[in-house]
Design a protein around this ligand. Structure first.
Ligand code: GDP
Ligand code: IMO
Ligand code: MG
Length: 430
């Protein structure tokens, strides 16, 4: 049985957590393969809201949770998240949470560097989550990183850590004007984390290979979104990992031909947190209304999310880069009550029509969205469980998104709760 993947098709926060929670019912194992606790995935079941940052969103369905080698892991955040879930009777057995021995650790100096660097960037700051994500991936690529396999090696670890703390402290103090971290404190914290996390550390690539070979169903859960991908997003206003489905292979440790179906997540409009280009951003009362009605505040940092109309150029880009088989469209309910809804179908750049996202900063600043206007609807739609339950104009809107992106919808979400969902096609059944 091939695997299914859920990835963000916009700038993150598309509702991946909600949809992974729903699809996890049909899976045995749920896997994060990139990013770290910059992610904030919200699951609403009944009246209870859970936000996970590192542990895959299949956790409420009692599935095996895997943190792949491509994830950067802040061990203290992971232990806290695990223990909070354990208090609710989840992840009780150690085997239910597996961490790759090749995953890199986010250590206190990474967080300090992230924050100090953003301070130094001043007005051109990226608006990172301040979780140390970028500096940890930099260390990985510079071959200065520390992995779980190193943490588990009691004999060599302290020396490795000492060398890194010394180097990073020089950089922090002399170049970034920041504060040094204390080696003894970090070492003690790491010792504690070793004891806490040792039962979970395995070769997750071997585990996933065996699981897939024996017919277990695996669901891969992306973090962030395609426009935050370090190669394909709005560089440099991106995160430091590849977020597209191709990263499942490197970051999950599974071959590309194991991935069967890729689901692309998008909101029925667009949001982004942090700085950077956003062609369809609304700086008017419509933007304020989307923010208010959509409750658009970051699940990780609580920052207000910038809001704008649906951008089909962005989602088409995501369809191409991820090989999207289907869309999961969320937050359709938030559009209720708009008389007219605009959708960006293409851009104009210097008088010429373009239909892919330009790379250059100057060009991105000059693009002007070309809009098509669609009629809205007034009816509340959160009780819809089939497309036929939707008002005609809402159905027409969904159809327009499918036509403009060239991707059929697998799921339409009409509220934050698990049950507020129209499931059109189960990707595990295709
Ligand atoms: P993720 O990072 O992609 O998992 O998304 P987040 O959890 O950061 O943000 C999505 C937000 O939208 C969360 O607060 C969800 O509870 C909420 N949400 C998801 N789907 C819907 C929906 O269809 N309607 C509404 N109103 N809220 C939704
Ligand atoms: P989920 O998985 C939305 C954004 C940050 C910032 C940029 C770089 O919940 O969709 P970083 O800390 O990664 O170096 O910040 O990326 N960002 C996200 N925006 N959702 C996320 O994750 C994000 N993770 C990072 O706001 O603009
Ligand atoms: Mg989020």
């Amino acid at each position: 049985m091939p695997a299914v993947a859920v990835v963000g098709a916009q700038w993150g926060d598309e509702g991946k957590g909600k949809v992974v929670d729903i699809l996890a019912e049909h899976a045995d194992i749920v896997v994060r393969f990139q990013g770290g606790n910059n992610a904030g995935h919200t699951l609403v079941v009944g009246e209870e809201t859970t936000i996970v940052h590192l542990i895959p969103s299949g956790v409420l369905q009692g599935k095996i949770c895997v943190i792949g080698n491509g994830v950067v892991v802040d061990p203290a955040v992971l232990v806290e998240e695990r223990d909070t879930l354990r208090k609710r009777g989840l992840l009780e057995a150690d085997e239910q949470l597996k961490i790759s021995d090749r995953a890199h650790l986010i250590l206190p100096y990474h967080r300090a560097i992230d924050l100090a660097r953003e301070r130094q960037r001043g007005g051109s700051a990226i608006g990172t989550t301040g979780r140390g994500i970028g500096p940890t991936y930099e260390d990985k690529m510079a071959r200065d990183g520390i992995r779980f396999a190193d943490l588990m090696d009691e004999t060599g670890f302290d020396e490795l850590l000492r060398k890194q703390v010394e180097r990073k402290n020089r950089y922090l103090v002399e170049i970034l004007d920041g504060e040094a971290v204390d080696f003894d404190d970090v070492r003690e914290e790491c010792r504690r984390m070793r004891a806490e996390l040792a039962p979970h550390v395995v070769d997750t690539s071997v585990y996933l290979d065996k699981s897939l070979a024996s017919g277990r169903r695996v669901l891969f859960e992306g973090g962030q979104g395609t426009m935050l991908d370090v190669d394909h997003g709005t560089y440099p206003f991106v995160t430091s990992s590849n977020t597209v489905s191709g990263a499942i292979s490197t970051g999950g440790g599974v071959a590309p031909n194991r991935i069967g179906t890729v689901v692309g997540m998008c909101k029925a409009y667009t949001t982004r947190v942090g700085a950077g280009p956003f062609p369809t951003e609304l700086l008017d009362e419509n933007g304020e209304r989307l923010q208010k009605d959509g409750g658009e505040f970051g699940a990780t940092t609580g920052r207000p999310r910038r809001c704008g109309w649906f951008d089909a150029v962005v989602v088409r880009q995501a369809a191409r880069l991820n090989g999207l088989d289907g869309l999961a469209i969320t937050k359709l309910d938030v559009l209720t009550g708009f008389e007219k809804i605009k959708v960006c179908t293409a851009y104009e750049l210097d008088g010429e029509r373009i239909d892919s996202f330009p790379a250059g900063k100057a060009a991105v600043e000059r693009v002007v969205p070309v809009y098509e206007e669609l009629p809205g609807w007034d009816e509340e739609i959160d009780r819809a469980r089939a497309l036929d339950d939707l008002p005609k104009n809402a159905r027409r809107y969904v159809q327009a998104l499918e036509d403009l992106t060239g991707v059929p919808s697998f799921l339409v979400s009409v509220g934050a709760r698990r049950r507020e969902t129209i499931l059109l096609r189960n990707p595990f059944a295709t």
